[in-house]
Design a binder for this molecule. Structure first.
Ligand SMILES: C[S@@+](CC[C@H](N)C(=O)[O-])C[C@H]1O[C@@H](n2cnc3c(N)ncnc32)[C@H](O)[C@@H]1O
Length: 265
């Protein structure tokens, strides 16, 4: 098992990753909305942002194996154009709406409050890896009872749970949340773990070009996947190193293989 962490620009450094070597790309790039990541990465004008998006997509897509997958987090502002471009390189399987469960706090009086991310799920070929059993959601006892008609008895989906739908309702991480690190757009582990479990085979390779606080690294290691990641900001990179060490220590199987685990570059 290995975790290769690069504190550098993903587009500049991606040459260090072999072509056709990655099972799953989880890309959570700057959204093009002017967020402060301690650098200028999210201060591009719209046309520059789209040109940059095409550059990272062109750099990352060749790294996918023939049955590999890519998830990208975006918002409605740029998702139509970025999805359109990705469709010229990959096949689109889903648009997943992440409902961040932002509480009602008054909000704008001139529009509806935006509380979701648009996540694109793309694959290199129709032969893509997808383990639905790893991400089934169990029914509660009450719902199961309501499906007690004979035609439902013994159905796998009823016993083991249903396939998650394409609207994922998971609260964003509040300041007080136990998982929370000092990063402005940290994603909940629950979301990233679902992507890893569904779309990366056991002992496969996850690539994250924009690690931020390292949620994808923690998720990959917790579930015994290899990991490669890039992050520009040295402060965030230090958080990633800390989370990787914690995830290694928390996974006994990975810990036993730790001699070869962490190559921090
Ligand atoms: C949306 S955040 C990722 C958040 C991450 N998914 C998490 O859960 O913490 C995007 C990150 O990409 C980093 N970044 C921006 N441009 C980059 C580039 N060219 N190469 C590597 N990292 C970059 C930013 O510093 C920021 O931390």
């Amino acid at each position: 098992m290995s975790a290769l962490l690069y504190n550098e620009d993903a587009v500049a450094g991606i040459g260090q990753v072999a072509d056709a070597s990655v099972d799953l790309v989880i890309a959570d790039p700057p959204y093009g909305l002017g967020k402060d990541y301690g650098n200028d990465s999210d201060r591009l004008a719209a046309d520059e942002y789209l040109a940059w998006s095409r550059r990272w997509i062109d750099a990352v897509v060749p790294k996918l194996k023939a049955n590999g997958s890519l998830y990208v987090f975006l918002t409605w502002q740029h998702s139509p154009e970025v999805f359109s471009y990705l469709k010229t390189r990959l096949a689109m399987v889903n648009e997943i709406i992440w409902d961040r469960r932002v509480p009602s706090m008054g909000g704008s009086t001139r529009k509806f409050s935006s509380v979701h991310d648009n996540i694109g799920f793309f694959v290199k070929s129709r032969d893509y890896h997808f383990d639905v059993d790893a991400v089934r959601i169990p029914y509660d006892a009450e719902t199961k009872k309501a499906r007690s008609r004979s035609i439902f008895v013994g159905k796998k989906w009823l016993e083991e749970g249903y396939n998650p739908k394409d609207v994922w309702s998971v609260s964003r991480l509040h300041r007080q949340h136990a998982e929370r690190e000092d990063h402005p757009t940290q994603k909940p582990l629950e979301i990233i773990e679902r992507m890893v479990l569904a779309s990366c085979p056991a002992r496969g390779v996850v690539l994250d070009p924009f690690m931020g606080s390292g949620t994808s690294a923690a998720a990959a290691i917790r579930h015994g996947r290899n990991f490669i990641g890039f992050e520009l900001n040295p402060d965030y990179f230090a958080i990633v190193e800390k989370r990787v060490a914690k995830a290694v220590n928390g996974n006994q199987r990975v810990k036993r293989a730790a001699a070869s685990l962490t190559s921090v570059l």
